[in-house]
Design a protein around this ligand. Structure first.
Ligand code: HSE
Length: 403
């Protein structure tokens, strides 16, 4: 009988235990063996839980118990998760995790330990919640050279932007609803400042390009500066604003960025609304493949955690196939060397705009104040763009991306 431990009984942890017991019979058939949850680690007390006898506050109970084969880490954060996961792998236990912060910061090291110990370290739930993306990218698309990955990877910000675009709702009100629905991180800055998206695109880029991409090396912008005025200007050209994480192959290096982006209203990512996520993968053999589904929430994320548990229980040491190496920073193309088109809102005269940016496309909105102007530039280098913007009164700018 396989024995499982679950570290953390929050939203995803309780969902994981729920799915493990709800679908136990069918899952045991898939594994070919019975299983039980032996421990649930949490500092809180759950005396009324049907699983009350399984709770422990002591991690040593788990790591020192040779009966425990598989550990599901759903604590979040790095402070406790990192030493716990490392200790479990070193003790010869397979680990599955939903923790994108942990994988983005320590993935290369934890994968190396898992390989050395001949156990699994899986993290399907760390990107895209219930959307299968890690294993399909790694295995089903393995015949391809990956040219590019672009995704809407954060449910909370997509929910907020959808409310702004479709209902004209303000940012704060939409964030409050997302928090009430349990989508947002404990600290909403991780969502709205783009860090959560950054961690997820770093994981996908590491997997697709084979070297660890560290979040600290990646340009990251969130959605806190996006206004309803920007939404309206973009609407006038049939475009929408989405928070995008992208990673693009540039002759052996990789350009990676997290930023709000103006994208064409007809594009596949433009129609992805509310808490849904979508990931567009461009393979050299497949062309575009899009993965779509619920990127956050208790049961969708638990679905990915439990699927990893099933595979970890069936197949020992499959980590070798799903892995990447550590890397140097020069693997990443510097942001200043990247070129994009930009949407700009400014208080400026057309003559000054054209003297700086050449031919631009002007946009309009109802009730724009006198002197305000909005336009889209041609493709321009990031550094050159920043230099030109410093010469006029720019209210805001957003990259226009071709997805
Ligand atoms: N806060 C995250 C989101 C949860 O909104 O997408 C899932 O990673």
């Amino acid at each position: 009988m396989k024995k499982i431990a679950v570290l953390g009984y929050g939203v995803v942890g309780s969902g994981t235990v729920e799915v493990l017991y709800k679908n136990k019979e069918a899952l045991e058939k898939k594994i070919g063996e019975e299983y039980d949850v032996k421990y649930i680690l949490d500092l809180r007390d759950f005396p009324d839980s049907p699983y009350a006898d399984k709770f422990t506050k002591n991690f040593d109970d788990i790591v020192n118990d040779p009966e425990v084969d598989i550990v599901a880490e759903v604590l979040g954060g790095v402070q406790f998760a990192y030493p716990y996961v490392k200790a479990c792998l070193e003790a010869g236990k397979s680990v599955v995790t939903s923790n994108k912060e942990l994988v983005a910061a320590k993935g290369a090291e934890l994968l190396r330990i898992a390989r050395e110990k001949d156990v699994n370290f899986f993290f399907e739930a760390s990107v895209g919640g219930g959307i299968p993306i890690i294993r399909p990218l790694n295995q089903c698309l393995s015949a391809n050279e990956i040219d590019e990955i672009a995704g809407i990877l954060n449910g909370t910000t997509n929910f907020i932007l959808t409310k702004m675009i479709k209902e004209g709702m303000g940012f704060d009100e939409a964030l409050k609803i997302a928090q009430d629905l349990g989508y947002a991180e404990r600290n909403p800055a991780a969502d709205v400042e783009g860090h959560d998206t950054c961690r997820k695109i770093c994981i996908l880029a590491s997997l697709a390009f084979g070297k660890h991409v560290y979040p600290d090396n990646i340009h990251t912008e969130g959605i806190t500066k996006i206004t309803l005025e920007d939404v309206k200007y973009c609407e006038s050209m049939g475009a929408v604003i989405k928070l995008i994480g992208y990673a693009s192959n540039k002759d052996g290096k990789v350009a990676v960025m997290t930023c709000p982006a103006v994208i064409d209203g007809e594009s596949q990512l433009a129609g992805v609304n509310d808490v849904f996520n979508a990931i567009l993968v461009k393979g050299d053999a497949t062309g575009d493949v899009v993965f779509y589904g619920k990127g956050a929430g208790k049961l969708p994320t638990a679905s990915a955690v439990v699927s990893d548990i099933v595979i970890a229980a069936k197949e020992k040491s499959t980590t070798r196939m799903m892995s990447w190496e550590d890397s140097e920073q020069d693997f990443i193309v510097p942001t200043d060397d990247v070129s994009n088109r930009f949407y700009v809102r400014a208080n400026a005269a057309k003559a000054d705009v054209e003297a700086l940016f050449g031919e631009v496309r002007y946009l309009s909105r109802d009730n724009a104040p006198a002197g305000e102007i909005a336009f889209v530039t041609a493709c321009i280098n990031e550094k050159e763009f920043a230099d030109k913007c410093s010469k006029i009164d720019v209210i805001g700018s957003i990259r226009v991306l071709p997805y």
